[in-house]
Design a protein around this ligand. Structure first.
Ligand SMILES: [Zn+2]
Length: 397
């Protein structure tokens, strides 16, 4: 009997989680629609919604016409301010801190140039948190959730390797706790590509029902995240998804990792920008993201040199992506980071090239797509979701 009652309890928790997550992803949904979407009895839904309303996690906001003529549906959404988390994104060039909310939205509080040296970074980060997040009457934060440009040990907050900054084995939570002892928050750290994929699976209806895919994070360097059977793969030492260092040409250019011809030495945005500028024409803007945007603009305007450079990028991308498809046969490949702004015509040609090299990509069910969330928001939303998942599990007990 005891076992049955424990199962029933767990079931209740998971039904509540399911409904709350459905309301988070489909604002304005009605109780009747929730029952259909979750496959639950309408009376169970009514009971659970009553408890979510009572806890202040969900609010009713207006009515609209229901599917049946003459009937009205009450629209439900999550109460955005029911939980506030501190969010940070450590980027190779810039670091941002923000407040994140229950509906996965966020508001940036501060941005500063990322000092690559470890001690300098931690003092700048602490100063920013002190002045922008704690230096005045602030909401009660439920967690600090941080996106990191490198390999993170899932669950322990140890940053194993940040290649562009040269950090190894940094215990993020311990370092921060030492410098900011007044902060008593649960801390979560995760790789930027994994967080971006989490945000897409949550927000993007085109992939949210798929079970396997690879997120290719194009930026300075190339990262990635692999979803298999609805789970993100971490691997033996948390390096699963480091697509940037798969060899695509053993006699290719030297990579900062010490090997030759890594995927990122052909397709990272800094490489592509440098390849263009090496031909004599400089791109406007002073950072690589701005320059890459300018290059795409020239490509869309039909500039011959820009087309040649992006054709080269496309060929190398198709080789790397075909390798991934041949090994994993995933439902989708998503071009994220700066890949999210690659023009549709570029993505269409890329899909044809990949299909020639990998039979799995020739299936009509296979999807090669640009990410729906841009580089400025994907990892931040993922970090917000990571904090909110922690909050929600505690709040609905
Ligand atoms: Zn490499």
């Amino acid at each position: 009997m005891r076992i049955r009652s424990i199962n029933a309890e767990k079931m209740g928790l998971s039904n509540r989680l399911t409904l709350l997550n459905l309301i988070r992803t489909t604002p304005g949904v009605s109780r009747r629609e929730l029952a259909r979407l979750a496959g639950l009895d309408p009376s169970t839904v009514t009971k659970i919604i009553a408890s979510l309303l009572e806890k202040g996690l969900v609010v009713e906001h207006g009515v609209r016409d229901a599917d049946h003529p003459g009937r009205k549906s009450i629209m439900l959404r999550v109460h955005r301010e029911a939980a506030v988390a501190l969010i940070a994104e450590i980027g190779v060039e810039k670091t941002r801190i923000a407040t994140g909310f229950l509906d996965a939205s966020f508001e940036v509080l501060d941005e500063f140039d990322t000092p690559p040296e470890e001690n300098a970074f931690f003092s700048a980060f602490t100063a920013s948190l002190r002045s922008k997040a704690f230096g005045f009457e602030h909401p009660e934060y439920c967690a600090l959730s941080v996106s990191v440009p490198g390999m993170v040990e899932w669950g322990s907050n140890v940053l194993r390797y940040l290649p562009h900054m040269g950090w190894r084995n940094v215990d993020f939570e311990a370092r921060l706790g030492h410098l900011l002892p007044e902060m008593h928050l649960p801390v979560f750290t995760a790789n930027e590509a994994k967080l971006s994929l989490i945000a897409e699976m949550f927000q993007n209806g085109g992939v949210s029902r798929l079970h396997s895919g690879v997120y290719v994070y194009l930026s300075q360097g190339v990262g990635g995240a692999i979803l298999m059977g609805d789970k993100i793969i971490h691997g033996l030492s948390n390096t699963a998804g480091e697509l940037g260092h798969m060899t695509v040409d053993p006699s290719g250019p030297l990579c900062h990792c010490g090997n030759r011809g890594c995927f990122e030495t052909f397709v990272s945005i800094d490489t592509v920008v440098k390849n263009y500028e090496r031909r004599g024409a400089m791109l406007p803007n002073d950072d690589f993201r701005g320059k890459f945007r300018s290059l795409l603009r020239l490509f869309s305007e039909g500039n011959v040199h820009a087309r040649e450079i992006l054709d080269d990028m496309g060929r190398s991308l198709s080789t790397g992506i075909a390798n991934l498809v041949n090994i994993l046969n995933p439902d989708f490949i998503m071009l994220g980071g700066m890949g999210s702004i690659l023009p549709p015509s570029f993505v269409a040609v890329l899909a044809e090239e990949v299909a020639k090299k990998a039979p799995g990509a020739a299936s009509p069910a296979f999807l090669l797509t640009a990410a729906s969330l841009g580089i400025e928001s994907a990892a931040m939303e993922g970090a917000t979701l990571m904090a909110m998942n922690h909050f929600v599990k505690k709040a609905i007990k």
